[in-house]
Design a protein around this ligand. Structure first.
Ligand code: ADP
Length: 814
């Protein structure tokens, strides 16, 4: 019970709160939980100096203002010992402090300082520990704090200071009893920590980065909180995580890698270079060896035939050869000289090939007869060596364009090799056929350009080892089989080049001991005959190509469509000199004196004659005169080669009808230019003859021997114009020349074959008759010797570019 300063009595009741009573009136009022008391079970009542009442209960302490009749309750959270106080345990000191006892001790307080309601003191950070060690201000080593932690808002830590403890406390320690704390490290914690009375926060293993530390006080019932200080914490990354360090590391690694790669590459390159150098050195050595062998062989190749020529010659000079042995010796000499000649030609060809001067000269001809002839030239040799030689062709005739000179050399090389490497009783065969490209087949008809000419040269000789098959086409290469070899090793290399020049290819199959087979493919260009067979009776005059004409020439001429050049000189060296120059582009015939020259000229009607002036018997001037005088040869251009050099002689030569002259010693290029000039002038003359004379038969007066010859030829045709059976034989006889002369002469003057010439005149006459309009077309066709009207129409259109009736229309009503 309490007797207060205003003379009132207050009673602490065990279950109804506190009661107010006066002596006079007794209990006036009860104040219970309903009025805001902490608990109805009251234990003690004290009055402070400000006249407030303090009541201890079993559930906290209540402050009561009797004037306003309002309670304020305090509890454990305000720092009191416990909510359970003890009955009667209350005392007021003389200083006005109040003292209450409870089950957990007692509290003494100055009631004036206790604020009403919850009280939260301000929080401060009190310490920073790194690895459990307090950090001092200005710690040199750590360099974290420059002022007290309580005044610091930001700390920067090195990556290795990442275990920290932060201590904090409320400012007013005395009044902070029962306060709980919660903290939160932004970027690290997910949420605020569970509140507790614990006043420190520890974080270990903080990764480099930025964090914010916050702490707050929390009321016991966790309804209220008060935010404390905010501290920014930066943990620096270690140097190896810094961009510059990483950049540096990246750069160093890249340069290291680069150095490594270049080193390895250089090493590899060096290795390769060394390897290449070794290969080159080996190749050079091989080439050197091959060249050396070539020189040794070539001297042998030259010496042997030379010995075989000089030997018999010596004997001849000493007159020690019996007459009946003479022929044999001459044969030996001749064969060896030919061999030497061939060798020199081969070397020259090689030289020309290398300097790009060897040109392909295509001419139309029959390849079957051409090859047959070449193979035939080995017959005697085959007989001597007792080797069987065969030539087979599936076709009777293959008319195509080819370079006879090159193909001749190719075949000679292959055949010589076949004979050289085949022993007694062996077989050599040459096969010729047309094959189809692998993409085409015979049924589909294969267009001409997909067909190829295949020539194989097969022998049953020693064969070639597989390792050498690739190499035999390399120049100077010879199979080194221990046995002493003859030859130079350039034959096949030259052959291959010649085949290539001819747009073909060459391959070889061989088995040692069994034999070898060389296969050549050449492009096949089908050449149409000028007239379909059976359309005219002059068929026998068909001269499909130069070759056939040539076959009728002298035996020594090579079949080809080249121009024929006749060399007349008593000095064989001079002849050889000129011949070797013109050989590629001309068919060169040789005569060693004027008389022989005349005979050959008459027989072959050459395209040009180069003739020496000083010769025994018939000299150059005489030959010139003879040729000019004769109708058959009068058209042939002549160049005189004179050593005299005097103007009189030159004039004399020209007066005999020579077209030009050249003085010894002469330059072959100048001679060639002269030849070409003359031939091109002839060409234009030919055109003149063809256009002027043949255009209007019989209307032109002719004076020169050539013109007279032409006139005669025209006359013969005109006289026989209605005779469809006029053939070359009758034509030549009528004009007084041989078939060949007629052929060559007409070709030289008009560039027409005999058949074309005849047909031309027939058609011109037909045109004249058409304009006269006395006969109809079919009568005219028969009148000019055509048996077949449709053939006549076809030829007429070809010649005049229009049909017969159009021609009549155009010429009668222009
Ligand atoms: P060579 O002038 O030495 O004959 P080639 O170039 O013609 O030169 O030939 C080169 C080499 O190829 C010859 O040395 C020879 O060993 C080999 N060879 C060429 N043709 C035949 C063949 N029909 N049979 C066997 N070996 C051949």
């Amino acid at each position: 019970m309490l007797h207060d300063s205003r003379n009132r009595f207050w009673l602490a009741t065990p279950n109804r709160g506190i009661a107010l009573f006066t002596k006079e009136k007794g209990i006036i009022k009860y104040y219970s939980e309903k009025n805001g008391l902490a608990n109805n079970q009251t234990l003690a009542v004290l009055e402070d100096n400000e006249h407030f009442l303090w009541i201890s209960t079993t559930n906290g302490l209540s402050k009561f203002d009797p004037e306003s009749e309002r309670f304020h309750n305090f509890s454990l959270k305000n720092g009191f010992q416990n909510n359970q106080f003890t009955y009667g345990a209350a005392y007021k000191t003389t200083q006005g402090e109040l003292l209450f006892g409870g089950i957990s001790g007692f509290n003494v307080f100055n009631p004036t300082k206790i604020k009403s309601g919850d009280y939260f003191p301000q929080i401060v950070l009190t310490d920073l520990k790194i690895f459990n060690k307090s950090v001092k201000i200005g710690d040199q080593k750590k360099d974290v704090l420059t002022k007290s932690i309580s005044e610091t808002y930001k700390i920067v830590l090195q990556y290795d200071m990442n275990s920290i403890t932060l201590d904090f406390a409320s400012f007013d320690y005395a009044n902070s009893i029962g306060i709980q704390y919660s903290y939160f490290l932004e970027n690290f914690d997910k949420d605020w920590n569970e509140p507790s009375v614990n006043r420190s926060a520890t974080y270990t293993n903080l990764d480099p980065g930025e964090y914010t530390f916050q702490v707050k006080t929390v009321s016991i019932d966790r309804k209220e909180s008060n935010l404390g200080p905010v501290l920014k914490i930066i943990v620096r990354p270690p140097y190896w995580e810094k961009w510059w360090f990483r950049g540096l590391v990246f750069l160093s690694l890249s340069s290291l890698l680069y150095l490594l790669i270049t080193f390895l590459l250089n090493k590899e390159k060096l290795k390769n270079d060394l390897h290449l150098e070794r290969i080159n050195a080996r190749k050079l050595h091989e080439l050197d060896m091959m060249k050396l062998r070539f020189y040794t062989n070539i001297s042998h190749e030259i010496r042997t035939p030379l010995t075989l020529i000089l030997g018999p010659l010596e004997k001849m000079r000493a007159n020690t050869i019996p007459q009946n042995d003479m022929k044999g010796h001459v044969e030996v000499m001749y064969r060896n000289a030919t061999q030497l000649h061939q060798l020199i030609n081969q070397l020259l060809d090689f030289r020309k090939l290398e300097s790009g001067n060897l040109k392909l000269t295509l001419a139309c001809g029959d390849m079957v007869s051409f090859l047959a002839e070449i193979v035939g030239s080995f017959d005697k040799y085959a007989e001597e060596k007792e080797i069987s030689l065969k030539f087979n062709s599936l076709k009777k005739e293959i008319i195509t364009n080819f370079d006879a000179d090159k193909l001749g050399k190719i075949m000679n090389n292959l055949l010589s090799n076949a004979f050289k490497f085949t022993g007694k009783g062996g077989k050599v065969s040459v096969n010729l056929s047309l094959v189809f490209d692998s993409n085409e087949n015979e049924e589909s008809g294969g267009s001409p350009d997909t067909r190829m000419i295949e020539i194989t040269v097969k022998d049953t000789g020693i064969g070639i080892a597989e390792t050498n098959l690739e190499k035999i086409f390399i120049r100077f290469f010879q199979v080194d089989d221990g046995a002493k070899q003859t030859g130079t090793g350039i034959g096949l290399a030259l052959t291959k080049e010649l085949v290539k020049l001819h747009h073909g290819d060459i391959s070889v199959q061989s088995k040692p001991g069994k034999g070898s087979k060389f296969t050549i493919h050449l492009p096949y260009e089908e050449v149409m005959k000028q007239e379909p067979a059976g359309t005219a009776n002059v068929d026998e005059l068909i001269e499909p190509a130069g070759i056939r004409r040539m076959e009728e020439l002298t035996a020594e001429t090579m079949p080809s469509g080249r121009k024929i050049m006749l060399l007349v000189d008593d000095n064989s060296d001079v002849r050889y000199f000129i011949k070797s120059h013109f050989n590629t582009n001309y068919q060169v015939l040789e005569a060693e004196n004027g008389l022989e020259g005349w005979t050959i000229a008459l027989k072959t009607i050459p395209d040009i004659i180069i003739c020496d002036v000083m010769m025994p018997d018939i000299d150059g001037f005489e030959l010139c005169r003879k040729i000019r005088k004769d109708e058959r040869t009068s058209h042939i251009p002549i160049i005189l080669v004179t050593a005299l050099g005097s103007r009189e002689h030159e004039i004399e030569g020209l007066s005999y009808g020579a077209d030009d002259y050249i003085t010894k010693p002469f330059d072959l290029v100048i001679l060639q230019t002269k030849v070409e000039n003359i031939l091109s002038v002839r060409q234009s003359l030919k055109q003149k003859y063809t256009s002027e004379m043949l255009l209007q038969p019989r209307n032109i007066i002719l004076s020169s021997p050539d013109e007279r010859f032409l006139q005669k030829a025209i006359e013969v045709v005109e006289n026989n114009i209605s005779d469809p059976d006029l053939d070359i034989e009758r034509f030549a006889t009528a004009i007084g020349v041989s078939r060949m002369q007629l052929y060559r002469k007409l070709d030289a003057l008009t560039e027409m074959t005999v058949k074309e010439f005849v047909r031309n005149i027939r058609l011109k006459r037909a045109a004249q008759l058409l304009v006269q309009k006395k006969l109809n077309i079919s009568e005219i066709a028969y009148a000019v010797g055509f048996k077949d009207l449709s053939h006549f129409r076809k030829c007429f259109k070809l010649e005049f570019g229009m049909s017969a009736s159009e021609y009549v229309d155009k010429n009668i009503n222009p």
